[in-house]
Ligand binder design. Structure first.
Ligand code: SAH
Length: 213
């Protein structure tokens, strides 16, 4: 079956699973997912699955990318931070929706490959660094929106503090018994954050610090 047929099927699956925002659907439609998956998994590039990439990590399921991106309500003038660049797929989708996208990855080799993809696709509004994303990117804060694409055990305080007041963060978080849930967090001026549970999920863990090699 041709790539085009697979792409159309993926877009139908996104709609079927609740992605209805036209801007989000348009952004996903314009990013060729086959450029972000390992050659070995090319035939599955447009299936609704997460796929392995290097360093034991994964490129997220496109449906999860769609639902999390939709929940973030990204506007075209916004400054957005992503934690966990991985293949760069989620960053590429977000970059089509906002003014500037910042992304942090702890594995340098993954970041280099992602940067080559951004370059190839001429996604010039993405700025990326290698580092520990649990600390956010203080020099660039505040952000209107933050998306974390690895599962945290707690709400990362540094990230919350780098959100503009009224800003939104979407992140997968550990729950009891090895389960995870995607949370939508709103930064408030004072007091406790407003938190909504969106849907169950499965992400690789958010790991503090940098790899040894
Ligand atoms: N957004 C990615 C998903 C990658 S999986 C994509 O679309 O392909 C999650 C990524 O988070 C992995 O690459 C992992 O290395 C990274 N990660 C985990 N903990 C991190 C941390 N503390 N700081 C930065 N990146 C982290």
């Amino acid at each position: 079956m041709s790539t085009e047929v697979h792409r159309v099927r993926m877009m139908m699956e996104l709609r079927r699973q609740g992605v209805s925002d036209d801007r989000v659907l348009g952004a996903i439609e314009r990013i060729p997912r086959e450029l972000f998956v390992a050659r070995h998994f090319l035939d599955q590039a447009y299936e609704a699955n997460a796929l392995p990439i290097a360093c034991g990590q994964t490129v997220s399921n496109p449906v999860v990318v769609g639902l999390m991106t939709q929940a973030l309500e990204v506007g075209d003038r916004m400054k957005v931070l992503e934690i966990g660049t991985g293949s760069g797929y989620q960053a590429a989708v977000l970059s089509r929706l906002c003014r500037r996208l910042y992304t942090v990855e702890r594995h340098k080799s993954l970041l280099k490959e992602a940067e080559a993809r951004f370059h190839r696709l001429r996604l010039h509004n993405i700025t990326s660094i290698a580092g520990d994303g649990t600390r956010g990117w203080p020099e660039q804060a505040p952000f209107d929106r933050i998306m974390v694409t690895a599962a945290a055990s707690e709400l990362p305080q540094a990230l919350y503090e780098q959100l503009a007041i009224g800003g939104l963060m979407v992140l997968p978080k550990d729950k009891e018994a090895g389960n995870q849930v995607v949370l939508l967090v709103r930064r408030v001026a004072e007091g406790l954050p407003e938190i909504e549970e969106l849907f169950p999920t499965k992400f690789v863990p958010l790991v503090k610090g940098l790899p040894q090699h």
